[in-house]
Design a protein around this ligand. Structure first.
Ligand code: FE2
Ligand code: FE2
Length: 323
């Protein structure tokens, strides 16, 4: 690698067994423990051509260096990555030992070309138009205006990710997941006899607003997004309900309570409040469908054709990619 902070090799060009020494964006990371209890960092690094798993093992006996390095890592920053590339379970990953020293601080952002690093699978999709068109399907004008105003008033709704990892974790992921959830929930409403008696407007509104709390969980950092403390300290469900509650005061009390219930219960049996109406179930199941399909597809995309693995990193179950 030269010293001019110019990328020479891109993620998609890296091959099995290759020595890596180049610049990559740190997308996400987590500190994990080896069997002997010593720490390592599992990260996702990447550039405009793709994403790689990266493991910061450090040097044997230097657990403190791993801990210290992890405490200063900045998601959204670009780091020099020196390590060895290896295909493992069908996915390319980079192992870093001595090169952990380069993670002590990111490379300066000034000479970097953001175009080398920024990418999103939803780039070019008209998610904003899709969401506004979906909101305009709401026949009750009061509820329709509430949804449009609530979404438009949130900073960065259309560019933020939907999660730190697992699904829709990229730029625009929140908008894509929101639109998918609304489309699936509405399809369930329109496809079933249950839907005849359901409040179609509330299904659309609940789906479009179900994860609005996530817009308060992320902020732009460097070339990416970092989770704010509220992500873990409060949680997006509570943040969303708190944000929508004042808007909901404009609605008749029953409708307001139903809308807030859909938001509060959208994690279904896994959440604090279980779904108690068909409309809430439609949004919960649509949310789960959108998230699970994205996880399964992204786990599969990590694999080489004709390979599988027992535990996809995102969905957590077995995954296979046919030739
Ligand atoms: Fe959610
Ligand atoms: Fe969601």
């Amino acid at each position: 690698m030269n010293d001019r902070c110019v990328k020479q090799k891109f993620a998609a060009e890296i091959t099995d067994g290759e020595k890596v020494d180049d610049l990559f964006l740190l997308k996400i990371f987590e500190v994990k423990q080896k069997k002997d209890g010593s720490p390592y960092v599992r990260a996702e690094i990447g550039d405009v051509t793709g994403t790689l798993s990266c493991f910061l093992w450090g040097v044997q006996g230097c657990a403190d260096q791993v801990t210290e390095t992890a405490s200063s890592l900045q998601v959204g920053a670009v780091y020099r990555v020196r390590g060895n590339a290896k295909t493992y379970n069908g996915s390319m990953q980079v192992s870093v030992n001595e090169g952990i020293a380069d993670f002590a601080e990111p490379v300066p952002s000034t000479p970097l070309d953001p175009e080398d690093y920024l990418t999103s699978p939803v780039k070019g999709l008209d998610l904003k138009g899709g969401i506004f068109r979906m909101a305009n399907e709401i026949s009750d004008p009061e509820l329709r205006h509430l949804v449009l105003e609530a979404i438009s008033s949130v900073d960065g709704f259309f560019i933020k990710p939907a999660a730190k990892g697992r699904h829709h974790e990229y730029r625009g992921g929140l908008a894509e997941h929101t639109l998918e959830t609304a489309r699936i929930a509405l399809a369930a409403c329109d496809a079933t006899r249950v839907g005849i008696d359901a409040d179609r407007d509330l299904v659309i509104a609940g789906a479009l607003l179900h994860d609005i709390g996530k817009a308060f969980c992320f902020e732009e950092q460097g070339l990416g997004f970092a989770a704010r403390p509220e992500y873990d300290l409060i949680g997006h469900v509570t943040l969303g309900v708190s944000y929508i509650a004042p808007f909901a005061k404009r609605l008749p009390p029953e409708k307001a309570a139903h809308l807030l219930h859909i938001l509060q219960s959208h994690h279904g049996p896994h959440g604090e409040v279980p779904c108690q109406t068909p409309e809430a179930w439609m949004v919960h199941l649509a949310d789960l469908t959108s998230a699970t399909l994205r996880e399964a597809a992204d786990d599969q995309a990590d694999l080489a054709p004709g390979t599988g693995k027992r535990n996809g990193w995102r969905a957590g179950g077995p995954v296979w990619r046919f030739e």
